[in-house]
Write a protein that binds this ligand. Structure first.
Ligand SMILES: Nc1ncnc2c1ncn2[C@@H]1O[C@H](COP(=O)(O)OP(=O)(O)OP(=O)(O)O)[C@@H](O)[C@H]1O
Length: 254
């Protein structure tokens, strides 16, 4: 499998009143083609900052970011990004929201139109949802549309930033199962930021554990469960063992 993303010795500091504040310190990792990798770390450890750097919205203080071997520091348009809040355009229908993203990414308008409609049906968003406006959909439905928009976008890497963080616990579990089966069919290259250890274990091939700020990768865990996975994994003793191990890594040092 070829390497899609290389984060190579990245550091990032912000200037503040009390001088420079280091947020990331020598962070290095990679994501291979078709891999699902999760980043998990304490609150404030710089996960969103890292996504901003990968997406080209900010520049690192040091280090390099490469996509398919080419340095993309400060360059936008290389990732399909899914934020915590769906951020759909309220004045466009669901289908038009997806079409717009594909259009911006350079896909022919006619192709974007048929892709959006076909995929909405395929992922169970039927019964006129394509022609509905986003504010008529539940939070979970909006996130399905947001995920689909990222999934269909042609960029080589999907970055999912706490995509289910704003959902209630039950909807979140349903969304995880939905995303799991959809991802296992499509195998796009994914980097996920999450606060949920269970979510990371259920979905990922590998988990990168970040330390508190200034953050570095303190552990890389290869998730040993075979695919296709089912949410019944939650009752597997090995699942709980790994959950405990990651929880201990994230515990604040007293
Ligand atoms: N533009 C900025 N200027 C100054 N400090 C910033 C800026 N952006 C982020 N920070 C600081 O960097 C640190 C890391 O923030 P970031 O949002 O990346 O963490 P996070 O791991 O995503 O947090 P959470 O898990 O709570 O969402 C925080 O202390 C934050 O205040």
């Amino acid at each position: 499998m070829s390497i899609v993303l290389e984060v190579d010795g990245i550091s990032k500091s912000f200037d503040g009143q009390a001088g420079a504040k280091a947020v990331l310190s020598d962070v290095s990792f990679h994501v291979k083609e078709g891999e699902f990798v999760s980043l998990i770390g304490p609150s404030g450890s710089g996960k969103t900052t890292l996504f901003h750097l990968i997406g080209g919205l900010a520049k690192p203080t040091g280090g390099d970011i490469r996509i398919h071997g080419r340095s993309t520091v400060g360059e936008r348009g290389n990732i399909a990004y899914m934020p915590q809040q769906a951020s759909l355009m309220p004045w466009l229908t669901v289908a038009a929201n997806i079409e717009l993203a594909l259009d911006i990414a350079g896909i022919d308008r006619q192709d974007a139109r048929s892709m959006a409609r076909e995929w909405l049906e395929r992922v169970g968003l039927k019964d006129g949802i394509a022609e509905s406006y986003p504010n008529l959909l539940s939070g979970g439905m909006q996130q399905r549309v947001s995920f689909l928009r990222a999934l269909l976008s042609p960029q080589p890497l999907m970055c999912l930033d706490e995509p289910f963080g704003a959902l209630d616990a039950l909807t979140r579990m349903q969304m995880q199962s939905w995303l799991l089966s959809l991802w296992e069919e499509n195998r796009r290259t994914v980097l996920l930021v999450t606060h949920s250890i269970e979510e990371a274990l259920l979905l990922s091939d590998r988990i990168l554990v970040l330390s508190t700020a200034p953050a570095a990768v303190i552990r890389e865990i290869t998730v040993p469960f075979s695919r296709p996975r089912k949410d019944a994994l939650w009752s597997n003793p090995d699942f709980n063992e790994l959950k405990r191990e990651i929880y201990d890594l994230l515990k604040p040092v007293r």
